[in-house]
Ligand binder design. Structure first.
Ligand code: ADP
Ligand code: ZN
Ligand code: ZN
Length: 723
């Protein structure tokens, strides 16, 4: 029989292979590919090309796993079509676990072939009989046989050569023994109880989406834990998707306390072996709860019963390399295919979700109060034009006298403070005071940021690094180079100079390179070993700092400046989340927001804790501009090492761009980061009304243009980044 086998490569079509057996669709197989072998999936029962029979290669073997389910096959097809990615690349996200399919060879195991000594023309001997006797009970390694039969290795080799024995290799992947979850109930608050019960009543009626809309610190996690427990009681699997950075010890400990087991984790820090073991326990249905970053959505669960998207507003759910997709939206698709409930959980839902609730597509439950009577922090806005930061002996200052005073008071009370600035390093830019030269990344249209702790200049777009030069690269002035603007390191420097006795800690992706570092930093904070935390958006995610009572936002205008469609929304979310870290314990909290635009509506809404006001305005703006969720967007990014080739294709796309009363194409225009990793980039933006099938339009448009090899045209449906 001939089968179409889909391979995890950038192709849309399966390749033909033959097999004597009839294999069900979804069977995971190993097939020859050029000079090597590759793992693929039986995709069709009919040949996909008219390749002559005799040229079709044979399937090498099938793996001993259940075939991929109908639902996951449908998911792969949907994700590929919706995001305009090759089918094979989406399949890759499902089966990219090298060690499952290419396990590292282990020792050889010896077993009997059935050939007798006489047939092999070998003489009887005690040693030979002992070996044959032993192997009647199973297969063993050479070392085990030597011990068990009291023989030397050469005796085994002789039997092997004569064909009495044969060898097989066994894989190293072991299923991890898994304890059954034993839920430890806690007393829920009335609001939590109502919310949990509401979702639980829907468990058995198939697909549904429910938003847990609860203020920071209201105990949303406890609500979805409660629902998860009901699913586990039905022997079905639970998937909890989180922004990767949330997967700290703090979260895991909380999970373990409630469920009595550790969840299976899925994130980029796993070793190949851990990945393989986890994948196997997922496809076999042994893993009860899986918690992971966005790629966990594509694992082959045996009997998935619930998906939770925690911090569902978070932009890290949008993947922007390799296959572009919005994990939250694809999670909805998966829940629909699997006919199961999905829970979104956040204090700052995105407009897309809110509009779906208004249309009645999604349901919602609300938690309006913080747990244990904790109150939301009070917010104060500081106009830094009036309340100007005052220079000190260390140099320029970024903290207004009001904020400095507040930190001082907090220190005196022995309470914890946190300063937030979404910028890594010491300074975003170095400039020469003598000649005005600015140090730029050689590979990108971007300045190099100074990182004082490592003595380096780093490009935050491509990772390029160089040692901080002693003299200006242009005029060679020896004392001209000056840091320009602040990053977290510089704020920490100022704080340390102002409060020499305070224990200051910087938290950014530079200082906490992995989840372990981050976990130990959080533990230090929790234990009260830190007085002032200075950090980037790493601080915004759902962590619980019970002792923290003061939050200072150093530069609220930073993220508002972005020209992208969601800049206001993202600022609102980020600042509410950061503010939400304060006053979660017994003591109440205060938030200070420094800005040049105190009248800005985002900040005013935060000041008045009036989310509705912000959302209404944001809705109006987007409606007027026919932007998502009221319209659809797709971006095209044309890139090439050759500027002229990129520009040529971009203008060809511009000339053939669809434009009518429902469709507008903007661009081509040079991308804000014109050069990235040595590639020149142009962007086009396609905007349509909701009822248009934007993928069809794109396909027709792209099919008209012949794109040469040196040029890449990337499609980004529902783009989040406009760089
Ligand atoms: P959110 O995710 O809504 O910001 P969390 O779920 O992190 O809030 O809860 C905040 C804190 O309150 C956590 O330390 C949590 O353990 C605690 N908490 C919430 N609900 C309860 C409850 N019913 N009983 C005991 N502790 C709770
Ligand atoms: Zn760069
Ligand atoms: Zn200079």
């Amino acid at each position: 029989m001939i089968f179409g086998v889909l391979l995890p490569l950038p192709f849309d079509e399966p390749f033909d292979y033959s097999c004597d057996e009839n294999l069900p669709l979804g069977t995971i197989v190993c097939v020859p590919w050029g000079k090597t072998q590759i793992t693929g999936v039986v995709w069709s029962h009919t040949p996909s090309s008219d390749c002559p029979q005799e040229k079709i290669k044979k399937i090498i073997k099938t793996y001993n796993f259940p075939p991929l389910s109908k639902e996951i096959i449908e998911l792969i097809k949907f994700v590929a079509k919706y995001n305009m990615a090759p089918l094979g690349m989406v399949l890759k996200m499902v089966i990219s676990v090298k060690q499952v399919f290419n396990p590292e060879p282990t020792e050889n195991y010896y077993l009997l072939t059935g050939k007798t000594l006489a047939e092999a023309k070998l003489k009887n001997s005690d040693t030979r009989w002992h070996i044959i006797d032993l192997l009647k009970h199973g297969s063993y390694t050479k070392k085990e046989i030597c011990q068990g039969a009291g023989c030397g290795p050469s005796a085994i080799d002789t039997l092997l050569k004569a064909g009495v024995l044969k060898t097989e290799t066994k894989t190293v992947n072991k299923e991890i023994p898994i304890k059954k979850a034993e839920f430890v109930p806690i007393k829920l608050t009335d609001e939590q109880k109502i919310a949990a019960e509401h979702i639980i009543t829907k468990i058995n009626s198939g697909f549904s989406v429910t938003l847990i809309d609860g203020v920071t610190g209201s105990g949303k996690t406890e609500v979805y834990f409660e629902v998860a427990n009901e699913i586990l009681a039905q022997n079905r699997q639970v998937l909890i998707l989180v922004p990767e950075i949330s997967l700290t010890t703090q979260w895991l400990e909380r999970f373990e306390q409630r469920f009595g087991i550790k969840p299976a984790c899925w994130h980029s820090n796993l070793s190949e072996k851990e990945r393989a073991n986890t994948w196997i326990s997922i496809i076999n249905g042994k893993a009860q709860v899986v918690v992971g970053a966005r790629s966990a959505l594509f694992l082959p669960y045996k009997n998935l019963g619930l998906i939770v998207v925690d911090e569902s507003h978070d932009h890290s759910f949008k993947q922007e390399d390799f296959v572009n997709y919005q994990c939250r939206d694809m999670a909805v698709v998966r829940a629909k295919l699997e006919k199961i409930p999905l829970i979104l959980s956040t204090a700052t839902p995105d407009l897309e979700t809110i509009v779906n609730i208004e249309k009645g597509k999604y349901d919602k439950v609300c938690l309006t109060k913080r747990f244990a009577g904790a109150v939301l922090p009070t917010v104060k806005i500081i106009d830094i034009k009036k309340d100007k930061p005052q220079k000190g002996s260390w140099g320029p200052s970024w903290l207004s006298p009001t904020l400095v005073k507040a930190i001082e008071n907090n220190l005196e009370k022995g309470e914890q403070s946190m300063l937030f600035l979404n910028r890594r390093g010491y300074a975003p830019l170095m400039i020469c005071r003598d000649c005005g030269h600015k140090i730029q990344c050689p590979h990108c249209t971007s300045w190099l940021a100074e990182h004082k702790s490592s003595g380096r200049l780093i490009c935050h777009h491509c990772g390029y690094m160089m040692n901080r030069p002693k003299t200006c690269p242009d005029c060679h002035s020896e004392d001209g180079l000056t840091a320009c603007g602040p990053g977290v390191e510089r704020i920490a420097e100022e704080v340390s100079c102002r409060f020499p006795n305070a224990r200051v800690k910087i938290l950014s992706s530079d200082t906490t390179a992995n989840l372990q570092d981050l976990s130990s930093a959080f533990a230090q904070i929790e234990e009260g070993k830190i007085d002032i935390i200075v950090g980037t958006q790493i601080l915004a995610k759902g962590h619980h700092f019970p002792e923290l009572t003061l939050v200072g936002i150093v530069d609220a205008d930073l993220s508002l400046m972005g020209s992208d469609l969601r800049a206001s929304e993202q600022t609102y979310q980020l600042l509410s989340q950061v503010s939400g870290r304060a006053g979660r314990g017994k003591k109440s909290g205060e938030v200070y927001i420094q800005t040049l635009n105190p009248q800005n509506l985002v900040l005013q809404s935060l000041l008045n804790n009036n989310r509705q006001q912000f959302l209404e305005l944001e809705k109006q703006t987007r409606k007027m501009l026919i932007m998502p969720p009221y319209g659809k967007l797709a971006a095209l990014i044309v890139s090439s090492e050759s500027q002229s080739k990129a520009s040529q294709i971009a203008s060809a796309l511009g000339q053939t761009a669809p434009n009518n009363q429902y469709i507008t194409t903007l661009g081509p225009a040079p991308a804000p980061i014109f050069m990235l990793r040595n590639k020149y980039r142009f962007r086009l933006l396609l905007k349509t009304t909701r009822d248009i099938n934007i993928q069809n339009i794109l396909k027709i448009w792209l099919d008209k243009i012949n794109i040469p090899k040196q040029v890449r045209v990337e499609v980004d449906i529902d783009p989040y980044s406009f760089m």
